[in-house]
Design a protein around this ligand. Structure first.
Ligand code: PHE
Length: 456
C-alpha cells in the first residue's frame, strides 16, 4: 500500500520540533562521551572550542539538512530526486538511508544494555552485590549470548512501537513528554553528585582550563563530538525537518536544538564526573563509565544510604534508556520514511522490515562481545568496525555532501527563500553569514576532521 496522495504529517508546534530534534541529538554521546572528552582535552578550554564548533560547524550542517528536508518535504532519497532530478545525488540520498539503519543496529545493542541495567537497579543489584564484583557484572552480562540479545529485541520493540504510532502520535508525543523529564532527571543526578563529599575535584576536572591540552587533535575531537552529538550527516535531521511546517523558523529550531544539546551535555558532565571523583575512581569514556564505574559508585554510596543510592541508580538508567530511545527512533524514521514514500510500503511493513534488519545486524554486534569476539574486520570486532565506519566516515561524508549540496548545488535564491521563509524572516546579513558558513567553513572543517580521522 502506498501513501502517495495522503497529506504528509507535520510536527504540531515549534516546541514539538525542538523536542523531537533535541531527542535525536541528546543521547549516549552526551552522557558517556562528552564528560570524558572534556576532562581529557583541557576542561573549560575545550568547552569553549566545543561551543564554537557547535555553532560554527555543526549548526551550518544542521541547517543544510533542515533546508533540504523542508524544501523537499521528503525523505533523504526522495529529497534528492525532487531537488536534483536525474543526477547522481540520489545515491547520496540512498547512502543516508542506509547509514542511520546501520547505526540503529549497534546503538540498540547499547540500548538493550540500558534496559538490563534498569532492571538490575530496580532489583537493587548494585547495592546488594559485594563492591568488587559490581564492575564484573557487566563483562558477565555482555559476553553471555542470550540475555543481551533478548534486551536488544526488547529495546528495538520499544523503538518500533513509537515509530509505528506515527510522526505526531508517536515521535512527537513521546519526545514532548520525555525530553523535559530527561532534563529534570539529569538535574536530580547533578544535585546528588555535586553534594557528595570529595566531588569538587570532579568539578575542577571539567572546569579547570588547561590551554596546553588544546592541540589539533583536541579541536578535531571537539568537531567530531559536535557532529555525533547533533546527529549530523545521516539524514535524521533532514527527515525530521521534512515534517516541519512551512511557517516555522528553521534557524530558531536549529539554534534551539543546538542549545538544548549543549546544555544537556554540560549537565551530564556535572552529573557524572563529580560522583566519579568523589569515589576516587579513574574517569573513562564509553561503556565502562556508564556500566561499570557508575554502578560501582552506586554501590559505594549505598553503604550509607542504600535506598537513596538505588533510587539514583534507577533515575540514571531511566535517563540513559530514554535518551537512547529518542535517538534511536530518529534513526528508524529515516528508513521508514524512505520505504513508505519511495517503495510503497505500509508504515507497518516498513517498521517491521527495519526492525528485522536492525535485529539481525544488532545480534551480530552483540555477539561480537562474546561468541563472535574472534571475528575481526580490519582488526576490529563487528561492533567496533561498524561504529568506526559510521561515526568516523559515513557521518562526516554525509555531512560534507549535505553542505556541498546546499552551498554549491542548490540555487542561492532557493536556499535564501527556505531559510528566510520567502524573505519574511531575518535581516539579510544573517542569511549571508549562515550561507558563508555552509558554503565554505563547514566543508573545509569536515575535510579537516576526515583527514585527522584517517591518520589517527
Ligand atoms: N546524537 C546521538 C547521541 O548523541 C546519536 C545519533 C547519531 C542519533 C546519529 C541519530 C543519528 O547519542
Amino acid at each position: 500500500m502506498s501513501c502517495k496522495g495522503k497529506a504528509r504529517e507535520t510536527f504540531g508546534s515549534r516546541f514539538a520540533v525542538i523536542m523531537a530534534m533535541a531527542g535525536s541529538a541528546i543521547g549516549l554521546g552526551n552522557i558517556w562521551r562528552f564528560p570524558y572528552v572534556v576532562g581529557e582535552y583541557g576542561g573549560a578550554a575545550f568547552i569553549l572550542v566545543y561551543v564554537l564548533c557547535t555553532f560554527l560547524l555543526a549548526l551550518p550542517i544542521f541547517l543544510s539538512e533542515s533546508i533540504i528536508g523542508r524544501r523537499s518535504g521528503s525523505n533523504t532519497f526522495g529529497a534528492m530526486e525532487k531537488l536534483a532530478p536525474g543526477t547522481s545525488w540520489k545515491w547520496m540520498g540512498l547512502l543516508t538511508v542506509i547509514s542511520p539503519v546501520v547505526i540503529l543496529s549497534y546503538y540498540s545493542v547499547v540500548g538493550g544494555w540500558s534496559v538490563e541495567y534498569l532492571f538490575k537497579s530496580l532489583a537493587f543489584e548494585f547495592t546488594n552485590t559485594p563492591a568488587d564484583n559490581v564492575p564484573r557484572l557487566f563483562g558477565t552480562f555482555i559476553t553471555s549470548s542470550w540475555e543481551p540479545l533478548f534486551m536488544l529485541g526488547l529495546f528495538l520493540m520499544m523503538v518500533a512501537g513509537i515509530v509505528l504510532a506515527g510522526v505526531k502520535s508517536g515521535i512527537e508525543r513521546f519526545s514532548k513528554i520525555t525530553m523535559p523529564v530527561l532534563f529534570l532527571l539529569i538535574v536530580v543526578m547533578l544535585v546528588y553528585s555535586v553534594t557528595l563529599p570529595g566531588s569538587s575535584e570532579g568539578v575542577a576536572y571539567l572546569l579547570k582550563p588547561d590551554f596546553s591540552k588544546l592541540s589539533a587533535s583536541a579541536v578535531a575531537a571537539a568537531m567530531g563530538q559536535a557532529f555525533f552529538s547533533l546527529s549530523l550527516g545521516v539524514g535524521t535531521i533532514l527527515t525530521y525537518s521534512s515534517y516541519v511546517r512551512k511557517d516555522e523558523n528553521l534557524l530558531v529550531s536549529g539554534v534551539g536544538t543546538g542549545i538544548s544539546d549543549l546544555l544537556f551535555a554540560l549537565l551530564a558532565g556535572f552529573a557524572v564526573m563529580p560522583a566519579v571523583f568523589a569515589c576516587g575512581v579513574e574517569p573513562g569514556a564509553g561503556p565502562g563509565l556508564v556500566f561499570q564505574t557508575l554502578p560501582f559508585i552506586f554501590n559505594k554510596m549505598g553503604a550509607g544510604a542504600p535506598l537513596v543510592s538505588s533510587l539514583v541508580a534507577i533515575v540514571f538508567f531511566v535517563t540513559i534508556l530514554v535518551a537512547a530511545l529518542t535517538s534511536a527512533i530518529s534513526m528508524m524514521e529515516v528508513g521508514v520514511a524512505y520505504l513508505v514514500e519511495n517503495r510503497g510500503f505500509s508504515r507497518l511493513t516498513a517498521v517491521a522490515s527495519i526492525f528485522c534488519f536492525a535485529l539481525v545486524v544488532g545480534a551480530l554486534c552483540s555477539l561480537s562481545f562474546g561468541t563472535l569476539s574472534d571475528v575481526k574486520i580490519f582488526g576490529n570486532t563487528i561492533f567496533d568496525a561498524l561504529d568506526k565506519l559510521c561515526s568516523n566516515f559515513l557521518m562526516t561524508f554525509g555531512g560534507l555532501l549535505f553542505t556541498l549540496f546546499v552551498g554549491w548545488k542548490m540555487k542561492k535564491a532557493d536556499v535564501e527563500d527556505e531559510l528566510t521563509n520567502g524573505g519574511s524572516l531575518h535581516h539579510k546579513s544573517v542569511f549571508r553569514v549562515v550561507y558563508f558558513l555552509i558554503r565554505y567553513v563547514a566543508p573545509i572543517a569536515i575535510i579537516a576532521i576526515f583527514i585527522t580521522n584517517l591518520f589517527l
